[in-house]
Design a protein around this ligand. Structure first.
Ligand code: ADP
Ligand code: ZN
Length: 210
């Protein structure tokens, strides 16, 4: 299964990508996580990315396209992958088309705007492994500690209210039109997000099998 997940920030695409990754035993390639890892490690890429990310803007296409192409050519992606956070605009979608990497389906997660803001503003991220939690909806077993790796949880820099607004704006201007793009190619599968993570995964699996 070679899958793209396309959804607004905070719609739960990272979480669903994680679930699908376990279900299908294929890796998730999250461009946001790759960039944050680089920021954390203090690489050159991280230093460039930081300026864009913390303002709710996209990182330049050339950078992202290269990262994704290289990553998808690695061995573990041979039997499938889940792309979380790429493509995010038309130029990226066209670059992916041209790369010759075949995609089976594009899954969208539909979640209402006010729900999105509520989710983003309570989100916590593991400093070490990048897993995400929520203050209300997905509490870690121990306060402030990651269930998966024991790492420390923090609020993402770009989950501050001012930045959330800009990220949503960027999403609606640049990413949302991709639904039409993939719909025209007959690749779009639409899942309606539920309030429970597991219920959403069930819905997603149903939509993917249909
Ligand atoms: P979200 O989708 O919740 O905003 P991500 O972790 O997917 O979070 O992305 C965080 C940030 O990383 C984005 O706001 C953007 O600045 C940058 N980013 C991630 N993927 C891309 C991409 N494909 N193109 C450009 N920028 C990206
Ligand atoms: Zn962790």
């Amino acid at each position: 299964m070679k899958l793209i997940i396309l959804a607004a920030p905070g719609a739960g695409k990272g979480t669903q990508a994680e679930m699908l990754s376990k279900h299908f035993e294929i890796p998730t390639i999250s461009t946001g996580a790759i960039l944050r890892k680089n920021m954390e490690d203090g690489t050159e890429l991280g230093a460039v990315a930081k300026n864009y990310i913390n303002e709710g803007k996209f990182v330049p296409d050339e950078l992202i396209i290269d990262i994704v192409k290289n990553r998808l050519n690695e061995d573990d992606c041979k039997n499938g992958f889940i792309l979380d956070g790429f493509p995010r605009n038309l130029a990226q979608a066209e670059a992916l088309d041209k790369s010759g990497i075949d995609i089976d389906a594009v899954l969208t997660l539909e979640v209402k705007d006010d729900e999105i803001v509520e989710r983003l503003s309570g989100r916590l991220e593991c400093k070490k492994c990048g897993s995400s939690f929520h203050k209300e909806h997905r509490k870690p077993e121990i306060d402030g500690i990651c269930d998966n790796c024991g790492g420390e949880l923090r609020v993402r820099e770009d989950d501050k209210p001012e930045v959330i607004r800009d990220r949503l704006k960027t999403y609606y201007e640049q990413t949302e039109p991709l639904k039409e793009y993939y719909k025209n190619k007959g690749m779009l599968k639409v899942a309606v997000g539920k309030s429970e993570i597991k219920a959403t995964t069930q819905e997603v699996l149903k939509v993917l099998e249909a």
